[in-house]
Design a protein around this ligand. Structure first.
Ligand code: ATP
Ligand code: MG
Length: 750
């Protein structure tokens, strides 16, 4: 757990300390209408995490009140996800449908109290009668029905004597309430649909507002944690529980921000569309943000939980950069998995002065923290290297094999190029090379210097494998439709070559293919005859985000920062810094590594840290943005100072600007050297929270999207995200997302 507690944990602590509850009980209440995604992981981590931290309990409850979309296969997927993340729901999985009889009795109670009535207005009239945010609603003429009549009608609704939509049970609260949710909310609707558990027993199904609070109460839940879009439903939640005068203690609802990630979509409905439309191979397609997808791709549960921990829990919706998740999986695998040699695009190299073969002992874990385990790598006359690792006309800064530049074969010898063999079209088909017998890694007496060590495999023993490379599912940061799908999100390489030990010895299922990235033996399609590996993530976050897809040359340059030759161990001073960063300041090892190994960066960091005590946020900016600016330059050449970077972090921390805007501000700082606040004011980048500014933008978006407005009003609540996204986009990302969310709901419900 993070050192600092989130606001929900503070509430739980207070409630336990004050004696309000003896034990904390939370629940994770998904609707089984699709596979869970990483947003659900956030909710799972939060609900089960709180129960674990405060020695309480967390229930897994299927919120199965809409039989038209639900299915047992989704129940199974939800259970799998919770289990995979390492949580335990105890003896039973709960189902709202198990409470249908109890809920029916509670509804009868409300009717008897004169607090609920059967309404027979049409759907359209109901909407009309609700009024708007500025105008009160009007109560239905049917609200006058007697208790007896209501009870009788309600019973007949249950018996299936009416058609869908003919009647509806409503709470009698207040048709002029400022909170529109309180304008006689719907409690039960008629649905002649078979339920996947309850079968044909019911012709009526309870609505969320009625079922959720009572299910929580029935289960003894204390803290009912949900996402922000339910903020206005809280009044109904309280009304139902209070009006029924239930025996205390009762649960209370608390809201937190949903997780969104860029370049993907995050809702079961949208994921279902991709699966059913055949845009992906299934719910476990490794490109999807579904838990099943991450699992199949090779993500570890630890990395997902760390991610949830890092992003924290807040009250404002925001979109998290996908690179933050990638960071977490890299961080997790970095020291855990064996490093092996694999060539994705093989180019033959014949070592003309070598005969026979030899086995070279090579550690699987040749990094800072030595772990036991090694294999034998075969060296022989014919080997394959990566096509990219030879260049006849190298750009400057190219550190690998060229006609005039030697290179080391990882774990092996230094080789030199003697001849380039081409086909009739001029394509390189082979390199003839010589090796230096006295240059073997570990016993090198040749005194030769090389700038880089490259991966290779022996032609004799290498195994052919299929490699599946994944890129972002969508082209756009905030995708809106199927059209935004990235057509190149999957690239399959049929005949990559890998050293044989990986297939024969199977030291693990996850690997670092040196200089390529992290890979996972596909749990479904892998066989010894046809091994298949999924790329989990690349080794480094390339700063290519704003660039076009990388050309060969770019790729060459980006790669050179990865491993040039063998990794040099840290000096004692660097190691000490690294230790301090990771243990005292809680930086993750990748950031700590970047800072500790660069004396300029670490000095800059410590200076900024003396101005503002925000170690993690500062370290992220310094190790990424500042490091990028500093490449090949001196600190004195930078336009901005450490103090200015500290100021930038401060205005991010205090909510003056969003993370997204911060990137823009940084760009300006590095160009102009101005203070961040000056730039923010000058460019008008302050978060906009004033409704009088936001509402006209919302109205504009509403006017432009009549179809979606109609769908939303017809009950498609999921379109809320679309509207919020559009509004944020129109304000250049400056509007405060939480406020936009609230105002959009209000405007749409007019
Ligand atoms: P979806 O739109 O994907 O179907 P939902 O909110 O309808 O999501 P539920 O199955 O009803 O999904 O959600 C189960 C729990 O997970 C709820 O408490 C919900 O608030 C939470 N949850 C769903 N999506 C997210 C998300 N993106 N971030 C955080 N929590 C989420
Ligand atoms: Mg839902």
């Amino acid at each position: 757990m993070n050192e600092s507690k989130d606001f929900l944990r503070l509430i739980v602590e207070e409630d336990l300390n004050s004696g309000k509850y003896k034990e904390v009980v939370t629940r994770f209440p998904p609707e089984p209408n699709g596979f869970p995604h990483i947003g659900h992981a956030k909710s799972i981590a939060l609900n089960f995490g709180i129960a674990r931290d405060y020695k309480g309990h967390c229930n897994l409850r299927m919120d199965d009140t809409d039989p038209s979309k639900e299915d047992t296969k989704y129940v199974q997927a939800l259970k799998d996800a919770v289990e995979w993340l390492g949580f335990d729901w105890g003896e039973n999985v709960y189902y709202t449908s198990d409470y249908f009889s109890k809920l029916y009795v509670y509804a009868q109670e409300l009717i008897k109290m004169g607090k609920a009535y059967v309404d027979s207005l049409s759907e359209e009239e109901i909407r009309e009668y609700r009024g708007t945010v500025t105008q009160p609603g009007k109560r239905s003429r049917y609200a006058q029905r007697s208790v007896e009549e209501n009870l009788e009608l309600f019973e007949k609704m249950k018996q299936g004597e009416f058609k869908d939509g003919e009647h509806i049970l409503r709470a009698k609260i207040d048709m002029s309430a400022a909170n529109m949710k309180m304008r006689d909310p719907l409690l039960y609707r008629i649905r002649h649909v078979k339920h996947f558990r309850a079968g044909d027993e019911w012709s009526i199904y309870p609505m969320y507002d009625f079922a959720h609070c009572l299910s929580d109460y029935i289960e003894g839940v204390t803290h009912s944690i949900c996402t922000l879009e339910f903020e206005n439903n809280r009044d109904v939640y309280n009304w139902v529980l209070d009006t029924l005068k239930l025996k205390p203690p009762r649960p209370y609802q608390h809201e937190f921000a949903r997780l969104g990630i860029n370049y993907t979509v995050m809702s079961k409905r949208k994921l279902l569309e991709l699966v059913e439309g055949g845009y992906v191979s299934g719910w476990d397609d490794p490109r999807l943000p579904s838990i099943a997808g991450y699992k199949r791709r090779g993500y570890t549960p630890e990395s997902i939980l760390n991610f949830c921990d890092q992003i924290g829990v807040a009250k404002a919706n925001s979109t998290v950069d996908i690179s933050q998740l990638e960071f977490c999986i890299r961080d997790d695998l970095n020291t855990k998995v064996p490093r092996v040699l694999c060539v994705l695009d093989p180019l033959k190299v014949s070592i003309v002065n070598y005969e026979g073969s030899e086995e070279i002992e090579a550690s699987y874990y040749p990094h800072d923290v030595p772990k036991e385990g090694s294999r034998k790598v075969l060296f022989s006359k014919e080997i394959y290297i990566e096509r990219d690792d030879f260049n006849e006309e190298p750009p400057s800064g190219y550190f690998r094999l060229t006609p005039t530049q030697d290179v080391r074969l990882r774990h092996g010898y230094i080789i030199t190029c003697k001849e380039v063999v081409k086909d009739t079209n001029g394509n390189i088909i082979e390199i003839k090379a010589e090796y230096y017998p006295d240059s073997k890694s570990g016993s090198d007496t040749s005194g030769r210097k090389v700038k880089s060590a490259i991966q290779w495999v022996s032609a004799k023993k290498a195994k052919e494998i299929e490699v599946r490379l994944y890129d972002r599912l969508y082209k756009n940061e905030a995708p809106e439709s199927i059209e935004d799908l990235n057509p190149n999100s999957l690239h399959v390489i049929q005949n990559a070559l890998i050293e044989s030990a990986v297939i024969d010895e199977k030291p693990d299922v996850r690997f670092q293919f040196e200089r390529q990235g992290y890979f996972y033996a596909d749990p479904v399609d892998y066989s010894d005859e046809k091994p298949v590996f999924n790329k989990i993530v690349s080794l480094k976050d390339s700063w290519s985000k704003k660039k076009k897809p990388q050309s060969r040359q770019n790729k060459a340059q980006a790669k050179k920062v990865q491993i040039d030759g063998e990794v040099t161990p840290m000096s004692e001073a660097e190691q000490a810094l690294f230790d301090r960063y990771t243990t005292k300041l809680h930086l993750n090892s990748e950031v700590a590594n970047t800072l500790a190994r660069d004396i300029n960066l670490s000095a800059f960091y410590s200076q900024a840290l003396s101005v503002i005590n925000s170690p993690v946020a500062l370290a992220n900016i310094v190790s990424n943005e500042v490091a990028r600016e500093l490449k090949g330059r001196e600190i004195s050449e930078l336009k901005f100072s450490a103090t200015q970077i500290a100021k930038l972090v401060k205005i991010i921390d205090d909510g003056t600007i969003s993370n997204k805007i911060a990137k823009q501000v940084f760009e300006q700082m590095s160009k102009t050297g101005k203070d961040p606040m000056w730039i923010v004011e000058q460019k008008g980048l302050i978060q906009i929270s004033d409704p009088s500014v936001i509402v006209p933008v919302i109205e504009d978006v509403i006017a432009k999207n009549p179809d979606n407005v109609a769908k939303f009003r017809a009950g498609n609540r999921k379109l809320l995200g679309f509207f919020v996204g559009q509004v944020l986009k129109s304000t250049g990302g400056k509007a405060n997302p939480q406020i936009v969310n609230k105002l959009v709901i209000e405007s749409l419900e007019k």
